[in-house]
Design a protein around this ligand. Sequence first.
Ligand code: S3P
Length: 174
Amino acid sequence: MKKNNIILIGFMGVGKGTIARAIVKSQGIFAVDTDDLIESMQNEKIKKIFEKEGEPYFRELEQRCADWIETSVDNTLISTGGGFFMRPNIKSLGHIVYLKSSFEGILKRIKKAPNATSKLKKRPLLKDMKKAKELYEKRVPQYEAIADLVVDVENKSLKEIVQFIKESLPQVLK
Ligand code: S3P
């Protein structure tokens, strides 16, 4: 049987954390974020882990999170880093919800944030916009292929997004 977790996936800056917090507020469900788990596990910021240890090591840490979720976590909302969907056991972790937006929509959202500079700075893979766009183009079909539910988040209010997810996953969110 499928695990009763909700796994939020999607590109950097699409709003996975913000949407997770809104769901928590309206539902009182427990939630964890894989980047937060990694940072507390390593006592180090993601940016530093990338600089000191490199991306392959960061992906190993993501795999450790995925394995822990698979063996030990249920009935939980899990927001993930933009590359977490590549973990081979992702489909065993719960209902995969892909938060979808155009690349321009994501940039607009980041630029609008009061802490836009820090949002860009803490994400090593957003340093070079041309490369980030290429990564986005490569990942979109991959996100879509593994998603159980696709949620178009562009031009929608947080309330509408939460409502849609709630209606689509009544087995998890009441
Ligand atoms: C990454 C996304 C980041 C973070 C890391 C790598 C990616 O998380 O996990 O910098 O590969 O897309 P956000 O999606 O929360 O920015």
